[in-house]
Ligand binder design. Structure first.
Ligand code: NAP
Length: 290
């Protein structure tokens, strides 16, 4: 039997791709600002004192600043009523100087995230969490879609991963990762298998995947022998073990088996924020007719 050639695994540099896209956005915005048009503006709403949420907001606002967007933060106390939060969102929805509204999750337990998501103006819902945008995604229409799945699609496209007819296995069925990425992959004619915590024979299913997306939050769940040789493996997981960030995929072990893999650092993460900027830019373009 002839030896099968060794597989050289491509390790995606999500940061590099993110920087390239952000550079293009910054140039576009600078050009319009020089012509007297106001820059895109994102409103971020933080309820409570969760340090992780505060740090995510900080990162998003820093990213806005770097591409020349304005951002405004609305910080509300933990005991904010749902009514008060909805009143703020209504104000932001009607503010012509705001292009995108993002409510950082998780919200305190007494606030229903679905009610909040439904209160966002669909044309300012830059996280793609509201029912109108989720419906548009389901129906194959244009809309503002969840940022992490958009970032994953960009990574797959930039690396020329063939999706038509490919078998894509998605582990996780959340509203921000698993469900929307499954729909986006289906829209590109992949055959998608959605897996979750009750899925039987998970490893076996993964072994049949040409494209494997893990959005779970279980460190190193995906082992080397779960990977079909040459598969594209997208690791969304972001957990910590002994203070160190760890993904859902055993990154070291899949080297030489996967055709492509995203690292848990500088992989999907930078692309998520980039797609938030891109969604905000899209709503701004529409509002400013540029
Ligand atoms: P989530 O809402 O907790 O969803 C996790 C999903 O994984 C659920 O559908 C769950 O199944 C499934 N699951 C849990 N344990 C499993 C197991 N042992 N086998 C198979 N499926 C299992 O989480 P999420 O918000 O989607 O986030 C997932 C991970 O991605 C987290 O680590 C998060 O931090 C990370 N993340 C990263 C980014 C980024 O930009 N890098 C963005 C978003 C999320 P059930 O539905 O049956 O419970």
């Amino acid at each position: 039997m002839p030896d099968t050639p060794p597989i050289e695994t491509v390790v995606v540099n999500g940061l590099e791709l993110a920087q390239e896209l952000r550079g293009q956005m910054a140039d576009e915005v600078a050009g319009h600002v020089a012509a007297g048009i106001r820059p895109p503006s994102l409103a971020v709403v933080l309820v409570g004192d969760d340090p992780a949420s505060a740090s995510y907001i900080k990162g998003k606002r820093r990213a806005c600043k770097r591409v020349g967007f304005d951002s405004v933060e609305h910080k509300m106390p933990e005991d904010t009523s749902q009514e008060d939060l909805l009143a703020l969102i209504d104000k932001l929805n009607r503010d012509a100087g705001i292009d995108g509204v993002l409510v950082q999750l998780p919200l305190p337990k007494h606030i229903d995230p679905n009610v909040v998501a439904a209160s966002l103006d669909p044309d300012k819902d830059v996280d793609g969490v509201g029912p109108i945008n989720c419906g548009r995604l389901l129906m194959g229409d244009e809309g503002l879609f969840a940022c992490t799945p958009l970032g994953i699609m960009e990574i797959l496209d930039r690396n020329e991963i063939a999706l038509e007819g490919a078998h894509a296995v998605v582990i996780g069925r959340s509203m921000i990762v698993g469900k929307p990425i499954s729909l986006l992959l289906q829209r590109r004619n992949a055959t998608v298998t959605m897996c979750h915590s009750r899925t039987r024979n998970l490893a076996e299913l993964c072994r049949t995947a040409d494209v494997l997306v893990a959005g779970v939050g279980v460190p190193k769940l995906v082992k080397a022998d779960w990977i079909k040789p040459g598969a594209a493996v997208i690791d969304v997981g972001a957990t910590h073990v002994d203070g160190e960030p760890v993904g859902d995929v055993d990154f070291e072990a899949v080297q030489g088996i996967a055709g492509l893999v995203t690292p848990h650092r500088r992989g999907v993460g930078p692309m998520t924020i980039t797609m938030l900027l891109q969604n905000t830019l899209a709503t701004w373009r529409q509002r400013m007719s540029v």
